[in-house]
Design a protein. Structure first.
Lengths: 539, 106
């Protein structure tokens, strides 16, 4: 009996299990943390983050082995052709694992009584990471929808984690409602895609949609009053007589509707990811680490999913749908810039500006050539480290404010930054580096990416969009420069100046070191980083 | 057999009702129900297409959609219950927004 079961497990691990092994390890660790949470005491709390970190490390090692296997024998497909392990999956999974590990490291410094320090918080982080990895590796609409929802449910619970003031609920409810609306719209788009092609496998869906697109093109050409048109009309007469009465627009309408619904759904989800942080009813905020996770890893996962879908399923009709993307990006960029420019609250400024970055990232799909896509993955990579660095500084600042003032949950205003250079020159310098990188100013990673995007847009003939990105980045840079001015201005009138030094723990110092290195190195010497980014599209 | 286009019209109107409901209604429960309406529309679509193609994949997808609807409703209910416990009423995020406080001081 036992040998039978062992044999079954061995066969599974050789076939489907090999594709799923990194995710399975994370799942095991998450369940272990949840189970352990019942019997550890307050003093043994450190075991949960330690196990969670070990889980990400183990999963990362397995991913590395998977990578060598892919290099040797090509992409692995398993579980009834619904899950694939290719370089795209390896690249983004590694990114999610790094994001999770950084968030776990940043959570270490929170007080042991806070909700962030419970075992379930770390288990949820691992669950979310696992779902996102599966989401990127799945090539079946059903599995994509399931994993999208699994990641969403984990993030709902994460968003409902009480923060400083233990009042995150209304923000979580708002986030839940909008995100659920987004998922439902995505599901509707998927059902249309299934209806058009009679398959849920995205390869087959892509073929079906491409065939439809070609037929529409043939019909459109056959309506021309020239020799080729007459020839095509004759061909249609013999092959598909009813197609003569179809309008090409009729054939294109439903695929475009499916694309638009999927896009709108994902954008709805993305927009709430950055906005959930702040709930105006209670003046309360979710824990910064949770906002970082949602604004970093989950945003990257959603964009990566959309990228994979648009490169496979909707690749043929790119000439038709880029208008949709361009219009949405412009709206998101303008709205996000205005919001972040208008807010005088430091945390809100950063969270609103995440929206602007999402808009810029989608513009890469307008150009959709190799340079633009590589720039997109490069930026997704760099963005994670810039954002993590910014949030690590914010966490330290918030802790300082928390120590100093009696009111807990005091949210940092821009004016609270006054005298930061005097309080802690290193913090000021770090904040300025990350903010400059987010603003896209040289010599940081953000600048290199802006420049690549501009060049890709210009070379593919989207001159208007290229100039728009340049013009729109000026007010955004202005919004960020306000932070720089506040942090650097030598203003001694602040009462905090002497009383509250900003201190970093060891874990925070490690995170900040990694983030500063990537933000600067990727801008100054970008070649190795571009090579890593290009790896996503094939070894 | 009813042509598939009828089902499509039904599900499309459900989708529109759902989106409009989730956007403009102020009661948080009705917002939640509107979202679930869109998932129902998805299931109708999938079941109709599955019948059209004589294919089990669509039906499986529809079943999973229903299961996910249930799970999501549960999570939503848990979060709303937490909100309710705190305020003894269901607040509507959009409706009760306080004006942002002017705290710009250069």
């Amino acid at each position: 009996m036992l040998t039978h079961a062992l044999d079954a497990i061995r066969t599974f691990m050789h076939k489907d299990g090999a594709v799923l092994l990194p995710e399975l390890e994370l799942l095991l660790f998450a369940i272990g943390i949840l189970a352990m949470d019942f019997w550890i005491t307050q003093r043994e709390r450190f075991w949960s983050p330690a196990l969670a970190l070990a889980g990400t490390v183990f999963s990362g090692l397995t991913l590395w082995m998977l990578r060598t296997r892919i290099l040797q024998s090509g992409d692995l497909i398993g579980v009834h052709e619904s899950v694939i392990a290719d370089s795209y999956f390896v690249f983004f999974s590694a990114l999610f694992l790094v994001a999770t590990a950084l968030v776990i490291l940043l959570s270490l410094n929170t007080p042991t009584t806070s909700a962030v320090n419970q075992g379930r918080h770390y288990a949820l982080l691992l669950f979310a990471c696992m779902s996102m990895m599966l989401m990127i590796s799945s090539v079946d609409l059903l599995v994509i929808f399931l994993t999208l929802e699994a990641a969403a449910v984990s993030s709902y619970f994460l968003a409902a984690t009480p923060g400083f003031s233990a009042k995150a609920d209304p923000g979580a409810a708002k986030y839940f409602l909008k995100s659920a609306l987004g998922s439902a719209i995505v599901a509707y788009g998927f059902s249309l895609a299934y209806g058009l092609t009679a398959s849920t496998n995205i390869g087959k869906v892509a073929t079906g949609l491409a065939r439809r697109h070609n037929l529409a093109n043939v019909i459109a050409l056959s309506r021309h009053a020239d020799a080729q048109g007459a020839q095509l009309q004759q061909l249609l007469q013999t092959r598909l007589p009813e197609a003569l009465h179809w309008h090409p627009w009729m054939l294109q309408a439903l695929p475009i509707a499916a694309f638009t619904l999927v896009f709108i759904g994902l954008v709805t989800k993305l927009k709430t990811l950055s906005a959930h942080h702040w709930s105006r009813i209670t003046n309360s905020t979710a824990p910064l680490t949770v906002t970082l996770y949602l604004g970093g890893a989950v945003v990257i996962a959603t964009i990566a999913l959309f990228l994979r879908m648009s490169l496979t399923v909707f690749a043929d009709s790119q000439t038709t749908w880029w208008y949709v993307i361009a219009a949405f990006s412009v709206v998101i960029i303008v709205a996000g810039t205005i919001k972040s420019f208008a807010s005088s609250n430091l945390e809100r400024l950063v969270t609103y500006s995440i929206q602007v970055h999402i808009g810029y990232l989608f513009l890469g799909l307008v150009a959709a050539d190799e340079a633009a896509l590589t720039a997109m993955t490069y930026y997704l990579f760099a963005y994670l480290f810039m954002l993590t660095g910014t949030f690590a500084v914010l966490l330290a600042l918030r802790r300082g404010a928390h120590h100093n003032s009696e009111q807990s949950g005091n949210v940092e205003n821009l004016s609270d930054l006054r005298g930061l250079r005097r309080r802690s020159p290193i913090t000021a310098l770090l904040l300025i580096i990350f903010v400059l990188s987010l603003a896209g100013l040289p010599p940081t990673a953000g600048f290199f990416w802006r420049y690549s995007l501009f060049r890709a847009l210009f070379e593919t003939g989207h001159h208007a969009m290229a100039w728009f990105t340049t013009v729109a980045s000026v007010p955004l840079a202005g919004a960020y420069l306000r932070i720089v001015i506040y942090a650097w201005r030598n203003n001694t009138s602040s009462p905090q100046a002497e009383t509250s030094p900003v201190s970093f723990g060891v874990a925070e110092a490690i995170v900040l070191g990694i983030c500063v290195f990537v933000s600067l190195a990727a801008g100054l010497y970008s070649e190795p980083f571009t090579r890593v980014a290009r790896y996503a599209f094939g070894p | 057999m009813i042509p598939v286009i009828h089902y499509l019209f039904l599900s499309f109107s459900l989708l529109l009702i759902g989106i409009i409901g989730a956007k403009i209604r102020r009661n948080i429960m009705i917002k939640l129900f509107s979202v679930e309406l869109i998932l129902v529309a998805t299931s109708i679509n999938l079941a109709a297409f599955a019948r059209l193609f004589g294919d089990a994949a669509g039906q499986t997808f529809a079943l999973f959609t229903i299961a996910i609807t249930g799970a999501e409703l549960l999570v939503g209910a848990a979060i709303l219950a937490a909100v309710f416990r705190r305020w003894h009423a269901v607040p509507v995020p959009a409706a009760q927004e306080a004006p942002p406080q002017p705290n710009i001081d250069y």
